[in-house]
Design a protein around this ligand. Structure first.
Ligand code: ARG
Length: 394
């Protein structure tokens, strides 16, 4: 038996390598996706081998992740329950895709992941893997084994000579990638207590952010950000640059009491500095280039898109249909927005689109140049009121 395990380099999945090998008498291939997480992946390969993996594969998926997963979510304006920009859930279908590809290439009939039974991620991995290849078996060692505490996992690791590195003990469960960080568990589960300041991982507290604002212009081409302050950049560089700028100003923090797929509510905190700036800038540009009906209709689909991502339904017809809809509209999202970053907020100062602006100063202003037909406006108001008329008024 051969198992391809989604390997993060942390304690859970290091122990999982050994446990799967022993329990299923299997060859375990550790698959490690580099999605821009902060952990050092260079020693991960060594750790997986020390745990007994027959092979370790580390792949840099950052560009793919941004282009094929983060950009469609940006285009959709997707935020789960209006707040969560979905960095973790967007990464799961990509990891699932790669697990399937590696399994096929190495003749493995089983894949495994390190998610727990209470979380959304095990649902997302499972649904994505099933959608891609229903013939593959899916194992979730952390759900199956008896090692219920961090201490028991450490003891297991010591007993079997597994190198767990300098995995720092944190009371939180943290997941990071280039699009954002999520933090759960520990003190956060006491919802009557404010979020401890130490729980935030990458952003400065807004109250400690610089007194001086930073202005940056974001240029979009067909919905994709392509330059900052007129300097063209790869998507990855642009996101990393914005992450640096915005996190200094305390931008991108969200706390949410979220409705999990598995039914209960949990509290999570999320930091997505670059995504927050890009969502704000893109929404602002959209208000310039879309007519009212399109703008409102598109926005009404944002929450639905977020649900599909959150629920693990990435590989659904509805998600790809919504992507096609957003792609169709995105050609107009070409222009530049200047944003100001200041103490936790991002404000759009100006916006322009040479080709697609729908703003006509001659209609909007009250100057000499006004070309609006005022009498037509009055006639319009008369007709508009007709559906509200009743015999005697209200
Ligand atoms: N509640 C988040 C979600 O379902 C958590 C993602 C994983 N994050 C973590 N800290 N383990 O998307």
């Amino acid at each position: 038996m051969r198992i391809v395990l989604a390997y993060s380099g942390g304690l859970d999945t290091s122990v999982a390598v050994h446990w799967l090998k022993e329990t299923y008498k299997a060859d375990v291939i550790a698959y490690c996706a580099n999605l821009g997480q902060v952990e050092d992946l260079s020693s991960a390969a060594y750790r997986a081998t020390s745990a007994g993996a027959v092979d370790v594969i580390v792949e840099n998926l950052q560009d793919d992740f941004l282009q094929r997963f983060a950009m469609p979510a940006l285009a959709a304006g997707a935020a789960y329950e209006g707040k969560y920009l979905l960095a973790a859930p967007l990464s799961r279908p990509l990891i699932a895709e790669r697990l399937v590809a590696v399994a096929r290439a190495s003749d493995a009939d089983t894949v495994a992941h390190g998610a727990t039974g209470k979380g959304n991620d095990q649902v997302r991995f499972y649904t994505s893997l099933r959608a891609l290849d229903p013939k593959l078996s899916v194992l979730a060692p952390v759900i199956e084994w008896e090692l219920t505490t961090r201490g028991s996992e450490m003891t297991y690791a010591q007993k079997h000579g597994i190198d767990v590195g300098v995995s720092k003990t944190t009371p939180y469960s943290i997941d990071t990638n280039i699009w954002g960080t999520s933090v759960e568990c520990g003190e956060l589960d006491k919802i009557g207590t404010p979020v401890p300041s130490a729980a935030w991982q990458i952003t400065t507290a807004p109250e400690n952010a610089p007194e001086r604002a930073t202005r940056v212009s974001v240029q979009f081409e067909e919905g994709i950000p392509i330059a900052l302050d007129d300097e063209p950049m790869s998507l990855k560089d642009l996101v990393n640059t914005l992450t640096g700028l915005a996190s200094v100003h305390g931008i991108g923090r969200t706390e949410i009491l979220e409705s999990r797929i598995v039914g209960f509510k949990s509290r999570g905190i999320y930091e997505s500095p670059a995504a927050t700036v890009l969502y704000a800038a893109r929404a602002d540009l959209e208000s310039l280039v879309f007519d009212r009906e399109t703008l409102h209709h598109k926005r009404s689909l944002a929450e639905r898109y977020a649900e599909l991502v959150y629920y693990g339904y990435w590989f659904s017809d509805l998600r790809s249909a919504l992507d096609a809809y957003n792609r169709h509209l995105s050609h107009r999202v070409t222009g530049t927005v200047v944003v100001e970053l200041y103490k936790g907020t991002v404000r759009c100062l100006t916006r322009e689109s040479e080709r697609f602006s729908r703003y006509d100063p001659a209609l909007a202003d009250y100057e000499e140049s006004d070309t609006f037909h005022h009498a037509a406006g009055a006639g319009f108001a008369y007709c508009w009121s007709l559906p509200l008329l009743s015999q005697g008024g209200q």
